[in-house]
Design a protein around this ligand. Structure first.
Ligand code: NDP
Ligand code: GDR
Length: 371
């Protein structure tokens, strides 16, 4: 039985990857951080009681900032594959906590690679690094592919650039099977609530059900190449099954704006909207012009406003990936479109909002956490 170790197993990708590997018959180990509340919601459905014999899903306490902890876990597990998905993954937050982001995202990657070397696992353990389209930042070529030069635009992207190159360097220096997946944005109903797609689907669902009145966003002109996390974790595994380690761009090859994602999400929630102003104009608004199926919305309600608080010190305006190499060499193509993904996310958030609205209508206190 193959063994995999996943850092970031409690995150969006970690949870989908763990499901995928369990289905493939792997024993799956994950590193989770200690938190004052349970933080395993995304993997609770695959949790196995460690007291049960032959459990194939095992969690270890740990942190990417802790070298001895990572080395001990690697020594105990001796995994065939390591997926380094753990990260302070929020671009805007990286401007607030740049040093921590570098410690986790850059040096954390080095700690893992160095532990593999220190333990003599270079020939046994294959390594996947969660690299990112944010490396392209101020884009030098459209669309972006494996050979496009990097120009990172945030402390997050700069840290991920170190991680990208240290992965390449350990491959070239020590013969470790190590590769980078340069993944463009990918989302799902499990996406963290403060990333823009989920913020939109959750906010619109709450507004449609009368739990919130207005959603505040930053730059609505930003363009992204959005795919579905389920498609992208399949590719993470495929990259470690080749004869030779290589780096791949993973993207859909299609791009839409944040504004368009707002329009699509509102329609899915039964609200037709009209836009005024530009996304980077702080007076831009989105108004409901019809909303028959949204009990919380009246025609004329302003349901989205721009708040400059969400503008970034340096923005990545546009990203569009070219996944031709992944298609050609691995036969990978994304199966879920952005429209289907948006519909799934809105349906999931509407479901939650309806349950909250029902509780509220029966006199229960319902608080909706906001960023
Ligand atoms: P999430 O933010 O959903 O998950 C991040 C995971 O990392 C969580 O499990 C988190 O734990 C864990 N983590 C954070 N800090 C530490 C730390 N100090 N030590 C150990 N673990 C830590 O990210 P995604 O699942 O969306 O992304 C997975 C990876 O892929 C990340 O590295 C991200 O940067 C990268 N990436 C993501 C893309 C995307 O569009 N989703 C695109 C390209 C790259 P906790 O749950 O306790 O917070
Ligand atoms: P990104 O994702 O920065 O691309 O990083 P995010 O969803 O945070 O932003 C996408 C774009 O939307 C604009 N935006 C807003 N963003 C947020 N979070 N909140 C807002 O209110 C808002 N309004 C507009 C942003 O300015 C940006 O242009 C994600 C993360 O998953 C990274 O870890 C990963 O590496 C990259 O995708 C690929």
């Amino acid at each position: 039985m193959k063994k995999a170790l996943i850092t970031g197993i409690t995150g969006q990708d970690g949870s989908y990857l763990a499901e995928f590997l369990l289905e493939k018959g792997y024993e799956v180990h994950g590193i989770k951080r200690r938190a004052s509340l349970f933080n395993t919601e995304r993997v609770d459905h695959i949790y196995e009681d460690p007291h049960v014999e032959h459990a194939r899903f095992k969690l270890h306490y740990g942190d990417l900032t802790d070298t001895s902890n990572l080395t001990r876990i690697l020594r105990e597990v001796e995994p065939d594959e390591v997926y380094n998905l753990g990260a302070q993954s929020h671009v805007a937050v990286s401007f607030e906590a740049p040093e921590y982001t570098a410690d986790v995202d850059a040096i954390g990657t080095l700690r893992l690679l160095e532990a593999i070397r220190f333990l003599g696992l270079e020939k046994k353990t294959r390594f996947y690094q969660a690299s990112t389209s944010e490396l392209y930042g101020l884009v030098q070529e459209i669309p972006q592919k494996e050979t496009t030069p990097f120009y990172p635009r945030s402390p997050y992207a700069v840290a991920k650039m170190y991680a990208y190159w240290i992965t390449v360097n350990y491959r070239e220096s020590y013969g470790i099977y190590a590769c980078n997946g340069i993944l463009f944005n990918h989302e799902s109903p499990r996406r963290g609530e403060t990333f823009v797609t989920r913020k939109i689907t959750r906010g619109i669902a709450n507004i449609a059900q009368g739990l919130e009145s207005c959603l505040y966003l930053g730059n609505m002109d930003s363009l992204r190449d959005w795919g579905h996390a389920k498609d992208y974790v399949r590719m993470q595994w495929m990259m470690l099954q080749q004869e030779q380690p290589e780096d791949f761009v993973i993207a859909t090859g299609k791009q839409i704006s944040v504004r368009e994602f707002v329009r699509m999400s509102a329609l899915e929630a039964g609200i037709t909207v009209e836009f005024s102003g530009e996304g980077v104009d702080e007076h831009a608004t989105v108004t409901a012009v019809a909303g028959e199926n949204a009990p919380g919305v009246k025609v004329g309600d302003v349901i989205v406003r721009v708040d400059p608080r969400y503008f970034r010190p340096a923005e990545v305006e546009t990203l569009l990936g070219d996944p031709a190499k992944a298609k050609e060499k691995l036969g990978w193509v994304p199966e879920i479109t952005v429209e289907e993904m948006c519909a799934e996310m809105v349906a999931s958030d509407l479901d939650k909002a309806k349950r909250h609205a029902l509780l509220k209508s029966h006199g229960h206190h319902v608080s909706v956490a906001k960023e």
